[in-house]
Design a protein around this ligand. Structure first.
Ligand code: TRP
Length: 364
């Protein structure tokens, strides 16, 4: 597979984010975050690293004008800290005034990962929605829908888009295709455009936060918008792209390998054990560590702190400095992470228990 293809269903992931951004014309988010009043932690730390047309969204936030967030989830396996990246962004944009659309990609997960529609529904509610609510998602101004049963105009759009795209064009973007993937692509484009349909109030800026692997869909959607311009008048949707959290053992975080992630429903003890086993950027001996300092880029424990467990930039910076200077050993870093993880999970799981019976408010 050539370097000009990103496979959203592939197992490899993105090797070099900078190169990917340059190659596909994704802009650095750091250049525009000054345009919004309260950039999110993930933005300030360049974990959300790239964007397309974020300026439109920044403007809507500043002017308090109408905009929508739409993003989708693939309901398979447990909800872990990698998935929490998207959840945090959904809650953030809702707080910034967005009307929120969350799409459950049950058709996609059925067609590409052999999960049944019923199973996908249960996972979406028990794992994703319940955790989203515990993390702060509110039912007001929030639409939660399933690809298999979304509104009629959206279903129709997903099918009629077929004559706006050729197979050659799709294969140039995605590589080899099969029917299940083609349906997923058309459906996802309709998902992204749905908040701008007439039934939803018509054209307006939208933001879709995703991982870099979803950029092929972003590019194709933005291209297709100009082809249906005379019928729908859609505004080109905006996107941000976040880096992926690595697995706790290094390598990919994967739903099929429970040791590679911490789920938000893991017990505190399970989570602490996983942190104990996690790959750090510490040196082989304490002596060497004091002399050379840690290789922070390789440290999955520091990553957990930076992505999720420390909100205060100054606090994070001090830890980073001590750790890379050799004034802190990996054991101490792990202890910090374990203390924060214990508190986070205890609080989160209590919130989860409290909101469990509120899922119905989101399901009409
Ligand atoms: N394909 C996405 C994933 O693999 C899920 C998804 C479906 C999605 N529809 C979407 C993401 C619309 C963003 C916008 O996770």
């Amino acid at each position: 597979m050539g370097t000009d293809i990103i496979d959203p269903w592939g197992a490899t992931g993105i090797k070099d984010y900078q190169q990917t951004m340059e190659q596909f014309g994704i802009e650095p988010l750091a250049d525009v975050i000054d345009q919004i009043p309260q950039p999110h932690r993930l933005m300030r730390r360049s974990i959300i690293l790239g964007h397309r047309d974020f300026g439109r969204i920044a403007k809507a936030i500043r002017n308090d004008s109408d905009f929508a967030l739409l993003t989708g989830l693939m309901p398979s396996g447990k909800f872990h800290f990698g998935h929490k990246l998207v959840a945090d962004q959904i809650v953030y944009y809702q707080q910034q005034g967005a009307e929120v659309y969350v799409c459950v990609a049950d058709v996609e997960v059925h067609n590409t990962r052999q999960v049944s529609i019923e199973e996908a529904r249960d996972i979406a509610i028990d794992q994703y929605l319940t955790n989203y609510i515990a993390l702060g998602l509110k039912p007001e101004n929030c639409h939660f829908y399933f690809q298999s049963e979304g509104p009629r105009d959206y279903q129709v759009l997903s099918k009629l888009l077929a004559d706006k795209i050729t197979l050659n064009e799709m294969e140039a973007i995605y590589g080899d295709l099969e029917p299940g993937k083609i349906i997923s692509i058309l459906t996802q484009i309709a998902d992204i455009l749905y908040p701008q349909m007439k039934s939803e109030g018509g054209p307006r800026p939208t933001i879709t936060p995703v991982g870099f692997d979803q950029d092929p869909h972003a590019r194709l959607t933005r291209d297709v918008v100009s082809r249906v311009q005379s019928n729908y008048g859609f505004i080109k949707p905006s996107f941000t792209f976040h880096k992926f959290m690595r697995g706790l053992k290094g390598g990919k975080m994967s739903s099929s390998d429970p040791q590679s992630y911490i789920a938000l429903t893991d017990s505190v003890q399970e989570a602490l054990d996983k942190i104990d086993q996690a790959k750090t950027g510490g040196r082989d001996t304490a002596e060497e560590q004091r002399e050379k300092g840690a290789v922070i880029e390789e440290d999955t424990v520091f990553e957990m702190l930076a992505y999720h467990l420390i909100e205060d930039d100054q606090e994070l910076k001090e830890i980073q400095e001590r750790y890379t200077a050799g004034d802190m050993l990996s054991g101490e870093l792990k202890q910090i992470c374990k203390d924060k993880m214990r508190k986070f999970l205890a609080r989160h799981q209590q919130q989860r228990a409290e909101v469990e019976d509120r899922v119905d408010e989101f399901l009409n």
